[in-house]
Design a protein around this ligand. Structure first.
Ligand SMILES: Cc1cc2nc3c(=O)[nH]c(=O)nc-3n(C[C@H](O)[C@H](O)[C@H](O)COP(=O)(O)OP(=O)(O)OC[C@H]3O[C@@H](n4cnc5c(N)ncnc54)[C@H](O)[C@@H]3O)c2cc1C
Length: 412
């Protein structure tokens, strides 16, 4: 069995590792010079920067297992902390190190800026969603869902809406309530306390998975073809022909807009949301009291402390910021941060199609296609989650397992 994996993002990496571990000859094609896709590291002005700030949760089980498999130790590579949400208004929600669900209940109970009435309403609401297994009768927007639950106070403004934008990269007024409920199910609603932990990378994204996985794949006999953009994927009587070479099967693990050019039947009516990262370098002693802070600014939503005075501001989803030049955006974010000193250096990374827009009622494709030798992977195919690393990794593993199951069946 000789399988091609097209796309070396986290989904394609997961698929290639699973296949290689099962003894299958896997060839991983990646258009870029490095693995990682939308979650990769790059060199700018001699510095290693990430394509975007990636915050993970303890609930990202398959990602953590994949890292371990390729020799990357999550215990060393992440700064793991109980969830905290802090913003400039004084809002503060910090989960204690208590077993779930007492950690969330206690965090809510002692939050100084939320009144008693709201604490009680919220506790009842969360209990109710839990009892329904986080399944909504029908999908709606997060805004309408929160309205109908009476979630109209402090927590909506300082917790639910910022969390929705951070997790779904889609503002609450058009985001899918069902997808947001799924995120809550596996984080704040989880029965494992560790699932609610924030995992903040201590190292560049490349070192978390793409680089160790690349080394592992080579050491285990996989064929890694970097800087190779696949132009043709054609089913033939002998197998799947990819740029003139025959494979028994293929996993198409690209973002949806690229998948549609190679396999038009996978095309769906997606819209996309951008993300910008504004890196600002301050003096080495500058830092945040907690490494993730809800900026709640006109443009910036979160700021991440990357150490040595480097702050990374995150701007998620469409907004006025898209009209600003890099210079104007850097100046605007400096003003929002209210630092005493000006930044000595800045760099802005704009990802125009950072993620698909996780709107309510969005139809997501199946991983199985009309051809049993062609399987889809990628964050868009893991319908239970919005665009996330965990969704990408799970989709890659699922695609590999599907092909392994199909191994002895003739191609359709
Ligand atoms: C700025 C930013 C911040 C984010 N923050 C978070 C976060 O905090 N937490 C989180 O969980 N997720 C976050 N995400 C989402 C996460 O990065 C994605 O869900 C995930 O990386 C998608 O992985 P993928 O493998 O499905 O797709 P991709 O990463 O898009 O990988 C597809 C790969 O296919 C390659 N390719 C395309 N066409 C071809 C071709 N024809 N031939 C060969 N190769 C091809 C591409 O070069 C690419 O490397 C963020 C995304 C961005 C952009």
């Amino acid at each position: 069995m000789k399988v091609a994996v097209i796309g070396g993002g986290w989904a394609g990496i997961a698929a290639a590792v699973e296949l290689t571990a099962a003894g299958v000859a896997a060839t991983l094609y990646e258009a870029g010079r490095v693995l990682g896709g939308r979650a990769r590291s790059m060199t700018v002005d001699g510095r290693t920067l990430d394509s975007g700030q990636h915050i993970m949760l303890g609930a990202y089980r398959e990602t953590l297992a994949l890292m371990r498999r390729v020799g990357a130790d999550p215990d060393k590579l992440f700064d793991r902390r109980p969830l905290q949400v802090i913003d400039p208004s004084g809002f503060h929600l910090a989960l204690p190190r208590l077993p779930a669900p007492f950690n969330v209940a206690w965090g809510l109970l002692i939050s100084p800026t939320v009144n008693w009435r709201e604490k009680v309403t919220t506790a009842w609401w969360m209990e109710g969603i839990k009892r329904q297994g986080f399944r909504l009768a029908e999908d709606t927007t997060v805004t309408r869902w929160l309205d109908s639950a009476g979630q109209t106070g402090t927590l909506r403004h300082h917790l639910w809406e910022p969390l929705c934008l951070a997790a779904l990269n889609t503002p609450a007024d058009r985001a899918s309530a069902q997808l947001f409920a799924n995120v809550l199910r596996d984080s704040l609603g989880s029965s494992r306390r560790a699932d609610t932990d924030l995992l903040l990378p201590r190292v560049a994204l490349g070192e978390l998975l793409p680089e160790p996985a690349g080394r592992w794949l080579l050491a285990n006999g996989a064929d890694l073809r970097l800087s190779h953009r696949v132009h043709q994927l054609v089913p033939t009587d002998n197998g799947i022909e990819i740029d003139g070479e025959i494979f028994s099967s293929a996993i198409l693990a690209t973002a949806p807009q690229h998948a549609a050019t190679l396999w038009p039947a996978s095309a769906r009516n997606y819209s996309y949301e951008p993300i910008a990262t504004v890196y600002l370098q301050f003096g080495a002693k500058t830092g945040l009291s907690f490494p993730l802070f809800n900026l709640h600014g006109k443009h910036g939503q979160w700021v991440v402390d990357r150490g040595n005075g480097l702050l990374a501001c995150v701007l998620s989803g469409h907004g006025q910021w898209e009209l600003l030049s890099d210079e104007a955006l850097a100046a605007a974010l400096q003003a929002e941060l209210r630092m005493a000193e000006p930044a000595s250096w800045h760099k802005i990374i704009r990802e125009k199609r950072a993620t698909f827009s996780a709107r309510n009622g969005l139809y997501r494709p199946e991983h199985i296609t009309s051809h049993s030798g062609i399987i889809l992977a990628g964050d868009h195919t893991w319908a239970d989650y919005p665009a996330t690393l965990e969704g990408a990794v799970r989709s890659g593993c699922r695609a590999a397992h599907q092909l392994l199951r199909n191994r002895h069946k003739p191609a359709a």
